[in-house]
Design a protein around this ligand. Structure first.
Ligand SMILES: CC[C@H](C(=O)O)C(=O)SCCNC(=O)CCNC(=O)[C@H](O)C(C)(C)COP(=O)(O)OP(=O)(O)OC[C@H]1O[C@@H](n2cnc3c(N)ncnc32)[C@H](O)[C@@H]1OP(=O)(O)O
Ligand SMILES: [Co+2]
Length: 149
């Protein structure tokens, strides 16, 4: 028997974005433009990650296209090893520090000791893909998160 989606997941987590690695944002945008998705805003360079980001709205969730802006970018490494495609999933949390401490208490492995700058001025943290059962999982702090309203 299938269950209707709860208004908010038990942990009050909602999917913030699905990220896709691409060598070229214009080329990577073509399927999403054909699907009719709307760009969220102008492209954004995030120097700390060595990426240029283009986001599209898909309902309340974003498709985050990532192209490398320098050779040592994690996206450049990913593309060299795996080619373009799905890179990570990201969830919205109201308080990133609290959530990191909670997950660390459950044995989670973060790739950084502390949150780092993300797209649109967010604070983000990444969990190791091995802990994520093969998926790179990102947490994005959204103070305007429904739980915080
Ligand atoms: C602008 C910010 C934006 C936002 O949302 O705000 C972003 O999302 S920026 C996104 C780009 N930044 C990052 O991804 C930062 C976190 N990533 C990393 O630190 C690395 O990419 C890392 C550690 C996940 C992988 O680095 P690397 O490939 O050099 O390490 P390994 O080769 O040792 O890989 C370990 C292990 O993980 C597998 N792997 C690597 N990348 C992924 C991935 N995206 N999804 C799933 N699995 C991944 C890799 O194959 C290795 O597995 P193994 O079985 O040993 O082969
Ligand atoms: Co991301």
């Amino acid at each position: 028997m299938s269950h209707a989606p709860p208004s908010h997941s038990p942990a009050d987590l909602t999917l913030d974005h699905v990220a896709i690695a691409t060598p070229d944002l214009n080329e990577g945008s073509l399927p999403y433009l054909a699907l009719g998705l709307i760009p969220e805003g102008p492209d954004e360079d995030v120097g700390s990650q060595g990426v240029r980001v283009r986001a599209f709205w898909a309902g309340q969730t974003l498709i985050e296209l990532l192209a490398p802006t320098r050779e040592d970018s994690p996206i450049a490494t990913f593309l060299a090893r795996r080619g373009p495609g799905l890179h990570h999933t990201a969830y919205r949390v109201a308080d990133l520090d609290t959530e990191m401490a909670r997950l660390r208490g459950l044995g989670a492995r973060f790739l950084q000791d502390a949150p780092t700058p993300g797209r649109a001025g967010t604070r983000v943290a990444f969990l190791h893909p091995k802990w994520g059962a093969g998926t790179l999982i990102e947490l994005v702090e959204h103070p305007a998160h429904p739980a915080a309203e």
